[in-house]
Design a protein around this ligand. Sequence first.
Ligand code: SAH
Length: 442
Amino acid sequence: MSVLVRSGVGQLCAVGRAAIPSIWRGKYFSSGNEPAENNPVTPMLRHLMYKIKSTGPITVAEYMKEVLTNPAKGYYVHRDMLGDKGDFITSPEISQIFGELLGIWFISEWMATGKSTAFQLVELGPGRGTLVGDILRVFSQLGSVLKNCDVSVHLVEVSQKLSEVQALTLTEEKVPLERNAESPVYMKGVTKSGIPIFWYRDLHDVPKGHSFYLAHEFFDVLPVHKFQKTPQGWREVFIDIDPQVSDKLRFVLAPSATPAEVFIQHDETRDHIEVCPDAGVIIEELSRRIALTGGAALVADYGHDGTKTDTFRGFCGHKLHDVLIAPGTADLTADVDFSFLRRMAQGKVASLGPITQHTFLKNMGIDVRLKVLLDKSNEPSMKQQLLQGYDMLMNPKKMGERFNFFALLPHQRLQGGRDQMNARQSKPFASPVAGFSELAWQ
Ligand code: SAH
């Protein structure tokens, strides 16, 4: 991997990125402080009030799912919310270096596991396609390394609007929707560098070939159930209509036990927790696939290792937003519980991390890459953008410590298999996994 950093990617030059707002999504917020006059009755609020009036209070998970991905009115479905003019900004939108280093990670893992002849790059929740674009630029630059490999790109995306943006970013064309409504592939095309690219709504529809999976700021938008410990035991938090204020929602506690309680650990010591069954389903599917066909998954998100409590929050126009106000106009998110992801993978594949973004990017050689780009850049404004982007990604007080990296790998990858036999050694050895251990210059 160290060789790749120096020879290949070093030739790539700096690419302009968005202005960096002063707030990003990794912050706390709870509902309840917003004055009632700031509560416009959105179509989503009307829909939810109708639903609650007909069938009773809904779980926080159902609320999140409706608000974010309802096919008609969901927040993610019809808008581009990323970037300086949107509601939040993510690492790939801040700096090209982020995606480039992830591209190197995937190639490094592909090489370490025997250079398979097929390579499916699968991204869950690709946003604007910026991250895949940066990764593919690295793949093009390292064309000679990948020349005998059949590379394809598979995007899992529920948003109509964002899939259009991704198509424009990656193929530079408008890609039409597939005519056959039965087909799991709803769009397909060819990227700028000639790689076949496919869009799906669900991970289960992605072909089960040799794949490398990526999920950046994806798990945090999956619906969570919230539970509060009470003298009567765990009680789930529901969302109901506030009887005191018209057109307002409020949190209430369920009067008795609810099914999602099975996700709470018996020895849980916190008194408020969030559980995300959908994350469990996805990790199990990724683990099954990796155990069967090899490959790897890289998950990057803000989160904790089973220690935090109330992290459910909203973002609108780069500001924290009350989660119950004007639903459908703001992003909703909750910190990812990596201890849960690890438990769901256990027994099927090996997991690494979570480690902080600061450590991961440092280990991947971010300082060297920054220096190469600074040396190549003549424009002071570009130099300043590169330095600001680096600070945002790496500063422990910004994204450096709140964001974490976590990987799923086949057990053989860490134990050392035949593929990893060193010519001078008779015993198999496992080469270190890039990013999760310190970069060793050769
Ligand atoms: N990874 C991107 C975008 C993060 S925003 C980046 O880092 O810039 C979350 C992304 O997940 C969006 O693309 C959103 O449309 C998508 N998304 C949200 N819920 C989803 C679901 N259930 N299935 C697939 N994609 C989803």
